[in-house]
Ligand binder design. Structure first.
Ligand code: HEC
Length: 231
């Protein structure tokens, strides 16, 4: 029984090696194509000729007015982002720079702190953007119990978790930009300044959901103090 297996294995090895050759072997012969339709798909390739178009080229010129993603064009559409930044504004608001403002990173590390001034206007903008882009999953308080949970996305991160409360601002910015495992990226729809507005608002949510009596001005504390439970 085992002998037959070894004979079959040996023959199979010979067959594979004679068909595919040894690893790293060079050959001038046409390679064996098991699914040739995957190697040779009928498609247009850039820089290739094509008899289909009048100018004989496969590549087409972009439609006039096309704005390439990831590039900043002079006079391009300006996103209606919160406009209190001291930082030089990127033309389209979807910057492709490598600085902290654009990436949340300083070299290989995540930076901490807002690169824009945390004004009331910025927080309001962040509040609005958070409720549009984040709350469906993370909920309006960030506790991870957004509406999508009822529809089956069970493992949404709780943004009130101490791990995320102590996470550097730059890392949260980076998660919004690029996504994280099952969370998609929002860099293509949320402009850079709006991402910082969301980070600022998330920090406000962190405070509001973990507030202590000490955070309340002295003269307003009496109204908040819990009455002694009745016995
Ligand atoms: C479609 C649902 C969805 C939306 C919308 C969404 N998230 Fe998430 N987010 C998730 C899920 C799911 C995870 C958990 C990913 C994991 O750790 O596997 C997550 C994780 C996170 C984390 C933790 C990342 C880490 O390092 O563990 C942060 C921070 C976060 N989201 C922020 C945001 C912010 C800010 C927004 C709005 C711009 C947002 N998310 C929008 C689903 C979403």
């Amino acid at each position: 029984m085992l002998r037959n297996f070894f004979i079959a294995f040996f023959l199979a090895t010979i067959a594979v090696v004679s068909l595919a050759g040894f690893r790293g072997l060079h050959s001038a012969k046409t390679p064996l194509e098991i699914f040739p339709d995957m190697d040779h798909q009928p498609k247009f390739q850039p820089q290739h000729p094509s008899g289909f178009f009048a100018d004989g080229r496969a590549a087409r010129v972009p439609v006039v007015g096309t704005v390439p993603m990831g590039y900043e064009l002079e006079g391009a559409y300006l996103q209606n982002a919160a406009s209190n930044s001291k930082v030089v504004k990127q033309a389209s608001g979807f910057s492709s720079g490598v600085d902290y403002y654009s990436t949340g990173r300083i070299g290989d590390l995540y930076g901490d702190g807002l690169p824009v001034e945390a004004t009331g206007e910025l927080l309001e903008r962040g509040h609005e953007r958070f409720n549009i882009f984040c709350a469906p999953c993370h909920s309006e308080t960030g506790d991870g119990n957004g509406i999508v949970k009822q529809y089956g996305l069970a493992t949404v991160a709780n943004l009130q978790d101490p791990r995320i409360r102590t996470m550097p601002d730059g890392q949260i910015f980076n998660t919004i930009t690029l996504g994280k495992t099952t969370m998609g990226s929002y860099g293509g729809v949320v402009a850079v300044e709006d991402r910082w507005a969301i980070v600022a608002y998330l920090r406000a949510l962190h405070r509001s959901q973990n507030a202590k009596l000490d955070d309340v001005p002295q003269d307003k504390r009496a109204a908040l103090e819990k009455p002694e439970p009745k016995k």
